[in-house]
Design a protein around this ligand. Structure first.
Ligand code: UDP
Length: 242
C-alpha cells in the first residue's frame, strides 16, 4: 500500500478506494514539537482501540467523524478528508502552558469551556491565532470557524460526561477537523490520551501524555487504564451521553 503521509504518531496509507485511507497508529510518542521523543510497545494498538471506542461513542451521540472501522491490531479505515490546518483546543480546567501564561495554578475550573485555534504548522510551533487572523490569512472563513466551535463544544459535552462516568476529569483536549469531497466537516485525526489531559477524579493522577512530557513514568499503565475504563463503559446506555 502506498504511504500518503507519515506524522509523529501515525502513518496514512492509500487504499483501493480513493475515498478511504488507512490510518496506522505508531508506538512512538513525541512532545514539545518532537524535541522529546519516546515510545512504548503496544502504544499504537492502545491508542487505536481508545480512539475507535471514542469515535463510536461520539457517533452514538450524533457527532460524525472520519472513522469507518478497525483493521488489524493498530490501524483503522477512515474517510479521506482534507485536514483544516487548525488545532482546535477546548479547555475545561486550567493546565499546562496556559496556566503558566496567565500566572495561575493548574487545576482552576474555568467559568465556561474555552475554545482556541492554533495554526497547524510545525515549523512555526503551532502558534495560537485569533479568529480574525485565521480569516485574514485564509485558513478558514468565519462560518467555518463558527462550525468548528459548535462541533468542538458538542464533542466536549459528550466526552466530559463519558469520562465522568469513567471517574476521569476531562481537563482539556485538542481535535482536528477535515473536509470531505462533498464539503462536509468531519471530526478527524484522533482522540486519545496523547491529545487530552485526563485526571483521575479520586487520586488526581494524570492519565495522559503529561506522564511522558513531565517524566512521571508508568505511561503504559495509565493508557491501559483509560482503555479498560472505556471498555467497561460499553455497558452504559448511549442515551446517557446525548
Ligand atoms: N495538544 C495536542 N497537540 C498539540 C498541542 C496541544 O494534542 O500540538 C493538546 C494537549 O495534549 C492538551 C491540550 O491540547 O490536552 C491543550 O494543550 P496546551 O495548549 O495547554 O499545551 P501545553 O503547551 O500545555 O502542552
Amino acid at each position: 500500500m502506498n504511504l500518503l503521509y507519515e506524522g509523529k504518531a501515525k502513518k496514512i496509507f492509500e487504499t483501493e478506494n480513493p475515498q478511504v485511507v488507512l490510518m496506522e497508529f505508531k508506538d512512538s510518542l513525541t512532545a514539545f514539537n518532537a524535541q522529546k521523543k519516546g515510545s512504548f510497545t503496544g502504544k499504537g494498538k492502545l491508542n487505536r482501540d481508545i480512539a475507535s471506542l471514542i469515535f463510536f461513542r461520539l457517533k452514538e451521540a450524533g457527532v460524525e467523524s472520519h472513522f469507518i472501522e478497525n483493521v488489524g491490531s493498530n490501524s483503522m479505515k477512515t474517510k479521506k478528508v482534507e485536514i483544516i490546518p487548525l488545532e482546535v483546543v477546548v479547555r475545561n480546567i486550567l493546565a499546562g502552558s496556559t496556566a503558566k501564561k496567565m500566572g495561575r495554578d493548574e487545576g482552576e475550573v474555568l467559568p465556561f469551556p474555552l475554545v482556541e485555534f492554533y495554526f497547524k504548522k510545525d515549523e512555526l510551533n503551532d502558534p495560537f491565532i485569533s479568529d480574525d487572523q485565521a480569516i485574514a490569512f485564509e485558513i478558514a472563513d468565519r462560518k467555518t470557524l463558527e462550525e468548528l466551535k459548535v462541533k468542538a463544544l458538542k464533542i466536549n459535552e459528550v466526552l466530559k460526561k463519558m469520562f465522568e462516568l469513567m471517574n476521569i476529569k476531562l481537563v482539556d483536549f485538542k481535535v482536528e477537523f477535515g473536509r470531505t469531497t462533498k464539503g462536509d466537516i468531519l471530526l478527524a485525526d484522533e482522540i486519545t490520551p496523547d491529545c487530552c489531559r485526563l485526571w483521575d477524579i479520586n487520586t488526581g493522577e494524570k492519565m495522559d501524555k503529561d506522564r511522558f512530557r513531565r517524566d512521571l513514568g508508568d505511561i503504559d499503565k495509565f493508557y491501559h487504564e483509560v482503555l479498560n475504563r472505556l471498555q467497561k463503559l460499553q455497558m452504559i446506555k448511549s442515551d446517557q451521553l446525548r
